[in-house]
Design a protein around this ligand. Structure first.
Ligand SMILES: C[S@@+](CC[C@H](N)C(=O)[O-])C[C@H]1O[C@@H](n2cnc3c(N)ncnc32)[C@H](O)[C@@H]1O
Length: 293
């Protein structure tokens, strides 16, 4: 069978099973199998595909038919223009999370050497994108999952930021203090929303990276309670949220960081997706006893 015939067959199979992006996905899987780029694939369409590679392509297609995400099959995902390794222990970074990085670059640009934490780093996407774009920054990347941190370590090596991204296993901000910026894309899916997730997400991505408890705010609320002792005066917290959480998260921010300036930011689809909490520049904050951590 030629490469072209294998590609056509893969497209047909995925189309038959209602994969909306069948042509693109078939091409990505074939390129992954052959270890080649787009242009080379088109130059090699007339080549013949040996039987063992045809069988391997069938295995990759079967994985996709079971709704395994393409990024887990290929082991890679692009985020903020950089390639990241991913596996079943890490969430697949989403394009909407780039908003947190863009906003942090804007805010941190005026600092000479900001200290930044990426809490719930997963494969390290946020921390590494920041370290690459802010060579003066000291970046801490925390995750509760040792397996996710192993992947983040590989990504740090790949992007040559191993010395400047400090990977720490721990519960939210527990291992760090003295921060100018805290970024976090923590699990924020509510129990009700967990039921409605697509098979692709529910069956394959780690529940610990998704589930935020009954209202989705369990970890965000704990993080904000910890942050008041960890953030420098005038520092900022940038959180990814779902649209319906914006009022509750703004209220939590007001409770734990009194006087903070709170702004909600929409993503490219127009959905409120991030919240920026800029703390007061003076230290004399009236601390609300609030909830413990
Ligand atoms: C939604 S994923 C985000 C991953 C990555 N930052 C991204 O945007 O692609 C949330 C991450 O938070 C981690 N996590 C969950 N609870 C945590 C906790 N209490 N302390 C630290 N990390 C936690 C999970 O292991 C997971 O890697």
């Amino acid at each position: 069978m030629s490469v072209k015939e294998a590609l056509r067959k893969a497209i047909e199979t995925l189309t038959l099973h209602r994969f909306e992006e069948a042509p693109l996905e078939a091409e990505v899987l074939l390129r992954h199998l052959l270890g080649i780029g787009r242009v080379e694939l088109h130059l090699r369409l007339g080549d013949s595909l040996p039987p063992e590679q045809t069988a391997e392509l069938d295995r990759l297609i079967r994985r996709r038919l079971s709704h395994e995400p393409i990024a887990y099959i290929t082991g890679h995902k692009e985020f903020f223009g950089l390639e990241f390794r991913v596996n079943a222990n890490t969430l697949i970074p989403r394009p909407e999370t780039e908003l947190l990085v863009e906003k942090a670059l804007e805010l941190a640009g005026s600092h000479t050497s900001p200290t930044i934490a990426d809490v719930g780093t997963g494969c390290g996407a946020i921390a590494i994108a920041l370290a690459v774009h802010l060579p003066q920054a000291e970046v801490y990347a925390v995750d509760i999952s040792a397996a996710a941190l192993e992947v983040a370590a590989l990504n740090c090596e790949r992007h040559q930021v191993t010395g400047r991204v400090h990977l720490l296993q721990g519960d939210l901000l527990q291992p760090i203090t003295g921060l100018d910026f805290i970024l976090a894309n923590l699990p924020y899916v509510s129990d009700r929303q967990m039921q409605g997730l697509s098979d692709e997400v529910r069956l394959f991505e780690p529940a610990r990276a998704l589930s935020g408890g009954p209202d989705g705010l369990r970890q965000i609320s704990r993080l904000l309670a910890q942050a008041r002792d960890k953030l420098h005066p005038g520092g900022a917290i940038l959180l990814e949220i779902s649209t319906e959480q914006r009022t509750d998260v703004a209220a939590l921010a007001g409770r734990h960081l009194p006087g903070a300036n709170v702004k909600v930011l929409p993503d490219l689809s127009g959905h409120d997706r991030a919240i920026v909490i800029e703390s007061k520049a003076d230290k004399n904050l009236a601390i609300d006893p609030g909830e413990g951590v």
